[in-house]
Structure formats: structure tokens, C-alpha cells
Design a protein around this ligand. Structure first.
Ligand code: BGC
Length: 243
């Protein structure tokens, strides 16, 4: 089956048509800038632009950087606060004339990873993390998604939430070198380790390409691996979940 997958991120909104049996793109990827401010109205216009670009009439799956319950946006850590309470499934479907289903972005990316990459038969408890503007998380038990975990928002010892303490945005903002940033990240992972005793961490987001720079500073006991689907995971996972 083919589904249009869309990933709404802090800087870009990207879409591609996905073959949900193979996880492969059957179109090029189309990207537009995320509107600023990213209000429901502006985001809806962007979604409409993407479906129109592909002249799409079928199902649409959309990854969104917030808690999403039955299509309703519940939080807004890194997006415009006016998004809270909006029924994204309804608004996007009406605007595009397509059946649109919206999910948390990290849940979508993690779901793609556990369906199509080398960890596809992963047993036990897996914590998938996307390290970007914020920190997104997806929790899996024997490959089954437990949606809407917000592990980027646990409080660290210094009173900052995890994603303010150790996101990639924080690394850039504070101009931290890899050692300094990795020490923060290690502390964050150790806290998750203590809370969940996972069997595996999968590290996604741009940082996954830099894991060789970070690994020497990580003291966690849990196995960890970089995500493999990189930029495309969010699009693929959203399409899969919407199927
Ligand atoms: C949001 C999450 C989202 C993550 C990554 C966090 O600030 O609360 O819902 O998954 O950013 O975009």
C-alpha cells in the first residue's frame, strides 16, 4: 500500500510517498520550511501544500512534535502554544480532502526503525530517542509501541528538563564540545536507565551520525545503537502508523 508520510519538524516539513510493505520511498522527498510561528492555521496550509504537490488523494500519516491523543494536540514544547487542543486529524483531513492521521514524531520515527531496520525483531524494552531541537522518545516492549512517552521532559538534578539539559539545540546554543555535551547526555541516559532498566537505547536525530564521537564518554551499562533510517524515519513511520 502507498501512504503519503509527512514529518513536521522544528525547521522543515518533509513529505514523501511511502510503500508501507517495504518502507521505501516511491517518490522524491519534498521539503518546505516550517512556518514561523507554527500555528495550526499555518501548519495546515503547509500540509495542504505538500498533498497538493504530490496531487495526493489517499491516506496521509503525519508525525508531529507533541503529544497526540486520538489526533488532538496535547502539548507544545517547541511549537506555538495555540496548537494545544487542536484536533489535527480533523483540521488536516478537512483542508486536504484526504484521511489524515497524526502521531507523535518520535513514536513515528521509532516505529519505522523497529519495523524496517536491523532492530526489527528486537525483544524486551527498547527506548528510542530523537535528539534534535528537543528530545523525543518512543518506548517499545517486544516491538510494540507504547505511545506518547515524553522522556525529554524528565527533570534532571539541576532542575532543567532533559531536552533543555542535553538536546542538540542546547549543544549548539552553548557551543559545547563533544566531551562536555556527552557528559550531559550520559547523565541523562543514566537517569533513564535507573528509571526503566531498558534492554536497548536507539539514538536517532542528527546526533546518530556522531555516535563515534560520543560513545567514548558514555558510561551507561545498557546497549546502545545509532538509528539507521536517519532523516527518513519520521516520514516512513507516520505512513506506516496511518496505514
Ligand atoms: C516534544 C515531543 C517531541 C520531541 C521531538 C519534545 O519537545 O515534547 O513530543 O517528540 O520534542 O520533536
Amino acid at each position: 500500500m502507498e501512504v503519503l508520510g509527512i514529518d513536521i519538524g522544528g525547521s522543515g516539513i518533509k513529505g514523501a510517498i511511502v510503500n508501507t510493505d517495504t518502507g521505501e520511498f516511491v517518490s522524491d522527498r519534498y521539503r518546505i520550511e516550517t512556518p514561523k510561528p507554527a500555528t495550526p492555521k499555518e501548519i495546515t496550509a503547509s500540509i495542504k501544500k505538500i498533498t497538493a504537490f504530490f496531487n495526493w488523494k489517499g491516506k496521509v500519516g503525519c508525525g508531529f512534535p507533541a503529544v497526540i491523543q486520538s489526533g488532538v494536540i496535547k502539548t507544545a514544547a517547541n511549537i506555538d502554544k495555540s496548537c494545544i487542543g487542536a484536533n489535527a486529524n480533523k483540521i488536516f483531513s478537512k483542508a486536504t480532502n484526504c484521511k489524515v492521521k497524526v502521531f507523535n514524531d518520535a513514536d513515528a520515527a521509532g516505529f519505522a526503525e523497529l519495523t524496517f531496520s536491523e532492530v526489527k525483531n528486537q525483544k524486551g524494552l527498547t527506548i528510542f530517542l530523537t535528539i534534535g531541537t528537543g528530545i523525543g522518545s518512543a518506548l517499545f516492549k517486544d516491538g510494540m509501541l507504547i505511545p506518547n512517552t515524553e522522556l525529554g521532559h524528565i527533570y534532571m538534578k539541576n532542575g532543567l528538563v532533559g531536552e533543555k539539559y542535553t538536546s542538540d539545540a542546547t549543544r549548539k546554543e552553548k557551543d559545547l564540545d563533544w566531551k562536555a555535551w556527552s557528559n550531559h547526555f550520559d547523565e541523562y541516559l543514566k537517569y533513564l536507565e535507573k528509571l526503566f532498566y531498558p534492554d536497548l537505547f536507539i539514538i536517532g536525530g542528527g546526533i546518530s551520525k556522531k555516535l563515534d564521537k560520543i560513545s567514548p564518554f558514555l558510561t551507561i551499562k545498557t546497549k546502545f545503537k545509532p538509528a539507521k533510517l536517519l532523516n527518513n524515519a519520521g516520514i516512513i513511520g507516520a505512513a506506516l502508523l496511518a496505514k
